[in-house]
Design a protein around this ligand. Structure first.
Ligand code: GLN
Ligand code: ZN
Length: 772
């Protein structure tokens, strides 16, 4: 295919870049500052150096316009809160006495003052700090950071484009401040907020900014007519300002939908749209509104949130179509590159053959540059890159890693019957009662026990070769002995082995499944200074050998009480990994489910009567648009059932979920058909128990009665009170007694005392229920 050259030269750009630095220098500097080991001046110098290095790297790759203001010491939404002066009352004094310390106080809290709440940035694994607004909020412009970073880049001779969270998205992400009525709608503050944005824009203009990017990802979610009306008003107001830079309104993570015609007509100079798989509908929608005559279109054709090499011919075809639809077309990643690791070439443990299939931030920047060149000068100008790209894609496509005939045959042979237990819940329940012989209100935990310093040392010793595998495993067994004997002494009914052998609930399984890759340096920001290294679902998934059976059976050998087997479910495995883009998520989930099903069946064969499959991520992977949710929930629940339905009726399947707000997926929770579910509830005062009851949830449930997110030890009386509340919603024969979540982040002392309270409370309430 040969593309004709475009009228205007296409520019290559990105909306943001990983902040941490090659060796996570930013994390080290910030944490050093918190500990008093790094001065504020040194932290600022490190940050400035990282920004400079990022810009130089981008420009060195051939990126024309670099983003500024995307850098953050903690979070870009918190930076926006500072920019608009929406500092919560309780943090005012700290911010006034020291801007940097006040900033970190808002992010992390202090001894006396609570931080801002943190929540997920759309459907990514990045977390932002939620703005707190109320009818009394007074916005004041503080453009300092945006202007300073713009000038830094300008001084380096670059073409910077400031990137700012847009006013509508900012308000839509906010929540009512403490003390403000829950019904307060932050969007009512729009007219007060816009003058502040106008001031920031004027200052950036004065500093020399040609373009400013306003990010409005909230517009890819379902929006009400009132919200869409706010979009129209906002961009009419900003667009008609006298003295302002050109405005590029950016959307990403999905299609723009109803907001597209509004933004297309708004008096702004450019739109940035996502043209990757999930947002492909943008293409037709854009044509339907007659394109963007007179406007600049920035086309996000390189997926900014996965790690796969781009299909350049496909991207060029998309770009070619877009040429007819806008005044000029520039090339970008679909979203900020914040969500991918920095550089694939630093991975030493991944085979070179596979490495060619991967594109991290740096490789994505190069792809964008190549595509822009191809768009401007025609495909002949990028013949070498296109040929290398074709080779990489072909090698991925034909690799035995990508296609394992055995896995595929098994996956396509899986039937609906495989994803159904052989008996109904009432039948299973009777069989399980007879088999397990548990008391009323059985007590259990969610799986992990405290991950002690000794355990982390043991893992570090193993990695460094200071101990061998046998030595490491003996340490794990010693830990299991301790955990089991503690649970027996305390009087818990269904025990766990404690998950001492697991570094992480996804990574542990990823390392043991064929088709999964781990990275050495693939760090991605989760929040603040916390970075994670998501494993990569690279190929067809199979399980070469049992992964957990040894540890569970060892624990079972130490006690007569049932020990619960413990696995991470298929949906969570996908949610916390990079997922392959060459087949549907549903298919990948089915493969993972079948591998896990073998583990479940092996646990049962080894004598495990209770098996828990955790799905904490079921809710968080819910698609952004309601129309896409039924499809997702159908494959997600099917994958869970495929994992768990191969067992006998008298084997009890548990599942666990955290993070409140189950209301909107309660039908899906029911569809999992797990015999027992444990849920977070201690902090929401048993609301979840009532939600389950209102839905008519027919099976057993353990709403958490001990909040493990805090070191606080609940008294037996408190736990008993929660149980009595739960009993109003869930009948005694179906109520379990357990904490909110795993105990891995807790210390031993509070864990001991809290679980003692929990067992005492269960005994007290049991006694109240039994006829004396
Ligand atoms: N079984 C896991 C644990 O106890 C569950 C963790 C989770 O829900 N995030 O640690
Ligand atoms: Zn949990």
């Amino acid at each position: 295919m040969t593309t004709k050259s475009a009228a205007a030269a296409a520019r290559a750009t990105v909306y943001g870049y990983p902040r941490q630095g090659r060796s996570r220098e930013l994390k080290k500097a910030i944490e050093g500052y918190w500990k008093g080991r790094v001065t504020a001046a040194d932290l600022r110098a490190t940050a400035a150096e990282l920004r400079r290095a990022n810009w130089q790297e981008l420009v060195g790759t051939g990126i024309h316009e670099v983003p500024t203001g995307d850098f953050s010491y903690y979070d870009h939404v918190l930076d926006t809160t500072v920019m608009v002066g929406a500092i919560p009352e309780r943090h005012r004094a700290a911010v006034e006495s020291d801007a940097m310390d006040g900033y970190f106080a808002m992010a992390r809290g202090t001894q006396d003052v609570a931080p801002l709440e943190m929540t997920k940035w759309f459907d990514t694994n990045y977390h932002y700090l939620v703005p707190e607004l109320g009818p009394d909020t007074v916005f004041t412009a503080d453009p300092g950071k945006q202007v300073a970073e713009f000038k830094e880049a300008l001084a380096l001779g670059l073409t910077p484009r400031p990137v700012i969270v847009g006013p509508v998205t900012y308000l839509l992400l906010a929540k009512p401040a403490p003390g403000v009525a829950a019904g307060f709608d932050p969007l009512t503050l729009l007219d007060r907020l816009l003058p502040v944005y106008a001031e920031v824009l004027a200052d950036l203009r004065a500093a020399g900014a040609q373009w400013v990017q306003l990010d409005e990802p909230a517009l890819v979610q379902d929006r009400t007519p009132a919200e869409l009306n706010a979009v129209q008003r906002a961009y009419r107001a900003l667009g008609t300002l006298a003295d302002r830079p050109k405005l590029l309104v950016a959307s990403y993570f999905d299609r723009l939908g109803d907001a597209l015609p509004i933004l297309a007509k708004a008096p702004v100079e450019g739109l940035a749209l996502d043209f990757t798989e999930t947002a492909a509908a943008n293409l037709d929608a854009l044509a339907a509104v007659g394109g963007l005559p007179g406007k600049r279109l920035v086309a996000g054709v390189v997926n900014g949130r996965n790690i796969w090499v781009n299909d350049m011919e496909k991207s060029l075809a998309t770009l070619g179509t877009l040429l007819g639809l806008a005044d000029r077309v520039d090339v970008a990643a679909s979203c900020s590159l914040l969500h991918v690791p920095l550089d694939a070439t630093t991975e030493r443990d991944i085979e070179p053959q596979i490495l060619r299939w991967l594109a991290f931030a740096r490789q994505k920047a190069a792809e964008i540059v190549t595509l822009a060149r191809g768009l401007t000068h025609g495909t002949d100008a990028i013949a070498a890159e296109l040929s290398a790209n074709r080779t990489a894609l072909a090698s991925r496509n034909s690799s035995p890693i990508t296609r394992d005939p055995t896995v595929r045959a098994r996956s396509s042979a899986a039937t609906d019957a495989d994803a159904r237990r052989s008996q109904t819940y009432p039948q299973r329940s009777a069989a399980q009662r007879a088999h397990l012989n548990l008391p009323l209100l059985p007590t259990t935990t969610i799986g992990s026990f405290p991950q002690t310093g000794e355990l982390r040392t043991a893992r570090a010793d193993l990695r460094a070769g200071r101990i061998d595998t046998a030595g490491y495993e003996e340490r794990i067994r010693a830990e299991i002995r301790e955990v089991v004997s503690f649970q027996e002494k305390t009087g818990l009914d269904v025990l766990v082995h404690g998950e001492a052998e697991r570094n992480d609930m996804v990574q542990y399984f990823a390392e043991r499944l064929t088709g999964y890759l781990a990275t050495q340096h693939g760090w991605v920001q989760s929040y603040g200074t916390r970075y994670v290294r998501p494993p990569i679902l690279a190929g067809d998934i199979s399980r070469p050998e049992p992964m957990t059976v040894r540890w569970t059976t060892y624990a079972q050998s130490l006690t007569d009480r049932p020990v619960k087997g413990m696995l991470t479910g298929p949906v969570t495995m996908l949610a916390w990994s990079f997922v392959r883009d060459d087949q549907s998520r549903a298919e990948t989930a089915r493969q993972v489910a079948l591998a896990l099903r073998d583990e479940v069946n092996d646990l049962e064969a080894a004598g495990t009567s209770v098996i828990q499959v955790d799905e904490p991520a079921l809710r968080e992977t819910l698609p952004l648009r309601a129309a896409d949710r039924p499809t997702y929930l159908a494959w997600a629940t099917e994958a869970f059932r495929l994992t768990t339905s191969g067992v006998r009726p008298d084997t009890q399947i548990h599942t666990h979920m955290c993070y409140a707000e189950f209301g909107d997926i309660i039908q899906a929770i029911d569809d999992l058909d797990a015999d027992v579910i444990s849920l977070e509830a201690a902090r929401s005062h048993m609301q979840v128990a009532h939600e389950l009851a209102a839905h008519g949830y027919p099976r057993e449930a353990g709403p958490g009665v001990y909040d493990i997110h805090s070191p606080r030890v609940p008294s037996a009386q408190e736990v008993a009170a929660l149980l009595r509340t739960a009993l109003k919603a869930i009948p005694a024969e179906r109520l379990w007694v357990n904490p909110d979540c795993g105990l891995k982040t807790r210390g031993w002392p509070e864990t001991r005392d809290s679980l003692e309270s929990l067992v005492t409370a269960a005994r007290t309430v049991r006694a109240e229920l039994l006829p004396s």
